[in-house]
Design a protein around this ligand. Structure first.
Ligand SMILES: Nc1ncnc2c1ncn2[C@@H]1O[C@H](COP(=O)(O)OP(=O)(O)OP(=O)(O)O)[C@@H](O)[C@H]1O
Ligand SMILES: [Mg+2]
Length: 397
């Protein structure tokens, strides 16, 4: 996807979310600070009133009261009583002069009485405002989480839609390219079949040798058409979910040999050696038609993407629980960055010679689909300029 679009998209959703959340938090915090400041002033004023009243009472008290601790405590408690249940007096050891303090929460403001061995503690009996503010702050955090969650969902949804749209566009483009490729791929063999058959029919070819050569061209071109038609038919069946497999225990060694023979018969004009290297294998439950088609596709690729005189090695390996059919060529190879992509439908490695080699980019997609329907896997090992080895690994039993 376009990086600029993604960036604007992220900015358009995340920036307002972030600003909204930030302003919200700031508002609650400043409100809390104002309330706390007002309350502290109120408590200070209360403490000042009590303190001045105490001094006043002490200055007026007879001397014997001042030397009697019990009477002194009583006198001070009385002064604190004007703010009953809100102000408490503690002695130097931290003991309350009244009993009620036990029920109150922690003091919100304490002030030592300078000339006296006592402390005034002020309690907020109704700390509702702060509690509410704290609740509001918690609510705000939840609200922010919700906004972030929605933003992330919107982003994910948006990205997915854009991604799906981009993919659809790409597929639409690929499909139209496919149709034009297909008509091109169909026209080429059809034209030569028509041309050579007309020459034969009209008696322009006189020697037996030339006739044989032209019949061979016609036969090769019709094989190409068969290959193309088979792939396109299988592909459309897969696309419509109409493909059915007929699994039967099969002699895989026989199937490999017969397929290679059929393949050689198609390509009699090539001097290419096809080496068979077969290990004995047990019967494998497969759909013979699908595996033959898959092997045909691998052979056709090995031949298409390697020079006409380089050997192709076909091996059958017995790994006891699995069997592997391997097709190795000494051709162009596939860069490692392309090795996953080649299994995607219509994908062809973008190389200079791609247009001169016939193909629709369907062969390996069909191979992978058919092999995976057998609960097997397709492996590829390849090195550019050295060759490729494709393996169809099938479970035994
Ligand atoms: N043995 C190979 N050596 C080098 N490149 C290969 C080989 N096999 C496949 N490729 C690359 O992978 C691409 C996809 O292969 P695939 O068989 O799916 O399509 P195709 O051969 O182009 O067309 P089709 O098989 O439909 O006629 C090929 O176009 C080619 O670039
Ligand atoms: Mg192919």
């Amino acid at each position: 996807m376009n990086i600029k679009v993604s960036f604007i998209f992220i900015l358009a959703i995340l920036l307002p979310t972030f600003l909204l959340a930030w302003f919200g938090l700031l508002a609650v915090q400043s409100e809390k600070a104002v309330v706390e400041k007002n309350m502290t002033q109120k408590y200070k004023a209360m403490a000042d009133i009590v303190e001045s009243q105490m001094k006043d009472a002490l200055s007026r008290a007879p001397d014997e009261i001042l030397t009697d601790n019990f009477s002194l405590d009583l006198l001070l408690s009385e002064q604190a009583a004007i703010f009953r249940d809100e102000v408490a007096i503690f002695d130097r050891k931290g003991r309350p002069l009244q009993g009620a303090v036990r029920n109150l929460k922690e003091a919100v403001y304490t002030k030592p009485l300078k000339q006296l061995p006592y402390t005034i503690a002020v309690y907020e009996r109704y700390p509702l405002i702060l509690e509410q503010l704290e609740k509001r702050q918690k609510g705000l955090v939840l609200y922010i989480l919700l906004i972030v969650f929605s933003a992330v969902s919107i982003l994910a949804g948006g990205f997915y839609s854009l991604y799906a749209l981009a993919r659809e566009w790409r597929f639409a483009q690929i499909k139209s390219e496919f149709v034009s490729h297909l008509s091109h791929d169909l026209r080429r063999p059809l034209t030569s079949i028509r041309m050579f058959s007309e020459m034969l029919k009209d008696g322009y070819v006189l020697t037996e040798e030339k006739k044989r050569e032209y019949y061979k061209i016609i036969s090769n071109e019709s094989d190409k058409l068969t290959h193309l038609a088979n792939n396109v038919l299988d592909f459309s069946r897969i696309e419509r979910g109409r493909i059915r497999y007929n699994f039967q225990p099969e002699d895989i060694g026989k199937l490999v040999k017969e397929t290679v023979e059929r393949f050689k018969a198609y390509r009699t004009e090539e001097a290419r050696p096809i080496i068979l290297d077969m290990e004995a294998c047990p019967l494998v439950t497969i759909d013979a038609h699908a595996i033959t088609q898959a092997l045909m596709n691998l052979l056709s690729n090995a031949a298409k993407y390697s020079p006409a005189d380089k050997e192709i090695r076909v091996s059958l390996k017995n790994y006891k629980r699995e069997v592997a059919v391997e097709v190795a060529d000494q051709g162009t190879g596939i860069p490692s960055s392309e090795q996953e992509k080649i299994f995607q439908k219509f994908y062809r490695v973008p190389r200079a010679e791609v247009n001169s080699i016939e193909g629709s980019g369907l062969g390996l997609t069909l191979v992978k689909y058919a092999v995976e329907a057998h609960k097997g896997k397709v492996l590829v090992e390849s090195e550019e300029g050295r060759g490729s080895k494709f393996s169809i690994v099938l479970p035994v039993g």
